[in-house]
Design a protein. Structure first.
Ligand SMILES: Cc1cc2nc3c(=O)[nH]c(=O)nc-3n(C[C@H](O)[C@H](O)[C@H](O)COP(=O)(O)O)c2cc1C
Length: 227
């Protein structure tokens, strides 16, 4: 099982600790990225990636290793601590660079067969909105199955969390790990993704710019469903 871990922060704090607990149970080959260390450029708003080609993005070269790793992976894990009720700015600027990959433009066919996990921790609150920040992109990338876990730690480190919270975290992580292991290699996207894809292809695709339409034809997305 190939795993890519993308951390929305440079440091190895509580959120990273929980990701590592999950990875230990998955027992796969892990490629890990830290943001902004491994990618921290802000989108310039030129929209060349969407209107023409993603290689025209001024940051395409820096982004390419992460894109390649994600495309080759079975499981994508995203971590972000809650910063002011949302995902970190580093995570947001990373996700901004993949607007061209949304189903409404040029989705990567392999995404529909991948599983992804969004992990977040907060001191007290904001997990739901931080998870949604990442989950929205993963849904629109077409990721087949998305698991989420967030916890209010009320602590400054994993070791300082109460035993009850540590037990709850361990249980949730084990449950996600079990589900991933059962599904790996045979993921079928959920109903919402399947319906969105089919509706979009039938009613909207014909009105898209030529580059997007050509992509759907070349990749076979226009002719077949990718799951
Ligand atoms: C800039 C900043 C903003 C934060 N905003 C929130 C917040 O909105 N809600 C909250 O409960 N905790 C907030 N926190 C606390 C962290 O989310 C929390 O300590 C988290 O568990 C840290 O995870 P880490 O150890 O992986 O960095 C914030 C921390 C920082 C540094």
């Amino acid at each position: 099982m190939k795993i890519v871990l993308i951390n929305g922060q440079n440091h190895k704090g509580t959120t990273h600790h929980i990701a590592r607990m999950l990875i230990d149970q998955l027992d796969g080959d892990v490629t890990e990225f830290f943001l902004p260390r491994d990618f921290g450029a802000f989108c310039t708003g030129c929209a060349q990636c969407i209107r023409r080609d993603e290689v025209l993005c001024p940051h395409a070269k820096a982004l390419a290793p992460i894109t390649r790793a994600m495309d080759a992976a079975d499981v994508l894990i995203f971590t972000t601590p809650v910063y002011v009720y949302h995902a970190t700015g580093a995570m947001k600027t990373f996700l901004d660079h993949y607007g061209w990959r949304w189903i409404i433009h040029r989705p990567e066919p392999s995404m529909f067969k991948k599983q992804a996990v969004v992990l977040t921790t907060a001191a007290g609150a904001g997990m739901k909105s931080a998870i949604k920040d990442v989950q929205d992109s993963l849904f629109f990338w077409g990721v087949g199955k998305i698991y989420t876990f967030g916890i209010a730690t009320h602590a400054d480190a994993y070791a300082h969390m109460t035993e009850k919270k540590q037990r709850r975290t361990a249980r949730a992580v084990s449950k996600i790990a079990e589900r991933i292991k059962i599904r790996v290699g045979r993921v079928r996207p959920g109903l919402k993704t399947r319906l969105f894809f089919r509706f979009y292809r039938k009613f909207i695709l014909g009105h898209l710019p030529a580059n997007d339409q050509a992509y759907w034809a070349e990749t076979g997305l226009k002719q077949h469903v990718p799951w």
